[in-house]
Design a protein. Sequence first.
Length: 104
Amino acid sequence: MAYGLQQDNQVVYQANPNMAQQLKGIKDQIRNLCSIHLNRPVKVVTIDGYTYEGIIVSADDRFLYLSVTVQGDQRFLGAPGSFYYNNTILPLVLYELLVITLLM
């Protein structure tokens, strides 16, 4: 017991084992595809509807790393007062990606 609070270990959420395995498979598939297309320009669309264009520089077990170049005062994720600059590496969570399109 810490600070007088009772610890009851009540589970408030538990992922369905089938869903967890499916998500792991999706992450592995996206990571492998990103590895094949390293240093290629792409357009990425996330689950939340954000769209990014850049060059795939890396992918690991959790993130796709996208080098983005932005001209002007475009906002980063709509957060007031926050900007990203030329040649910034943007980490995108693999399981949040909906579409990766190769650009010519």
